[in-house]
Ligand binder design. Structure first.
Ligand code: NAP
Length: 172
C-alpha cells in the first residue's frame, strides 16, 4: 500500500491562507478529486475543520492530539503512524492508496512514511501563511526524493496562472 502526499504549492511553497486555499484552480481541484476518489485520505484536524466534513467516497482519517475529539464521518487517530499502520493492516483495503492531504503539520510528519509526493507546482506567488515543508524557490528540497515526471496544465490560456503536475519518488 503506497503512501503519497498530495499538495498544491506556489513558488514559495505556500499552501494555505488561514484556513483556506490561497487560490481557486478548478483543474487542480479536479486532479485532487480524481486521484483520491475511492482511496484513503489522512489529514490534520485543521484541514478537516476547513473542509467542514469528511470527503465523500473516500476513507477519511483525521489526526489530532485531542483525545476527546471525534467526528461522525471520519476515523480519528492521535498520531500519524497509528493511522498508517491501521490502514496498512486492514486486509479489506489492500488495493487502496493512502493519500496524505495536509496541511503543513501533517505533511511534515509524513515525510518518513512517504513513497511519493505529488505536487501541483504553481509558478506564481500568492499571499498566505501556511507553507509546505521543504519547498523553496520552486524546488522541493528533500534529497531523498527525485522528480520523475512533470505534466503541464491543460487549461493554459492568456493571463492564466501557470502550473505543472509533478511526481516525486523516494530514491531507493
Ligand atoms: N494547498 C494544499 O494542497 C493544501 C492541502 C491541505 C491543506 N491546506 C491548507 O493548510 C492549512 C492547514 O494546515 P495546518 O498545518 O495549519 O494544519 P493541519 O496540518 O491540517 O492540522 C494541524 C493539526 O493536526 C494535529 N496534529 C499536528 N501534529 C500532530 C501530532 N504530532 N500528533 C497528533 N496530532 C497532531 C493537531 O490537531 P489538534 O489541534 O486537534 O490537536 C494540529 O492542530 C489550511 O490553510 C489549508 O487550506 C492546503
Amino acid at each position: 500500500m503506497k503512501v503519497i502526499a498530495i499538495a498544491a504549492v506556489d513558488r514559495n511553497g505556500l499552501i494555505g491562507k488561514d484556513s483556506e486555499l490561497p487560490w481557486n484552480i478548478p483543474e487542480d481541484m479536479k486532479f485532487f478529486k480524481d486521484a483520491t476518489r475511492e482511496q484513503i485520505v489522512i489529514m490534520g484536524r485543521k484541514t478537516y475543520d476547513s473542509l467542514g466534513k469528511a470527503l465523500p467516497k473516500r476513507e477519511n482519517a483525521v489526526i489530532t492530539r485531542d483525545l476527546k475529539w471525534h467526528a461522525s464521518d471520519a476515523r480519528v487517530f492521535n498520531d500519524l503512524l497509528s493511522a498508517i499502520q491501521y490502514f496498512k493492516g486492514n486486509l479489506a483495503l489492500q488495493d487502496k492508496t493512502i493519500f496524505i492531504i495536509g496541511g503543513a503539520e501533517i505533511y511534515s510528519l509524513s515525510v518518513p512514511y512517504l513513497d511519493e509526493i505529488w505536487l501541483t507546482e504553481i509558478d506564481a506567488e500568492f499571499e498566505g501563511n501556511v507553507y509546505f515543508p521543504f519547498y523553496r524557490n520552486g524546488c522541493l528540497e528533500l534529497a531523498s526524493f527525485t522528480r520523475v515526471s512533470s505534466r503541464p496544465q491543460s487549461d493554459l490560456h492568456e493571463g492564466s496562472v501557470r502550473y505543472v503536475f509533478s511526481t516525486y519518488l523516494k530514491k531507493s
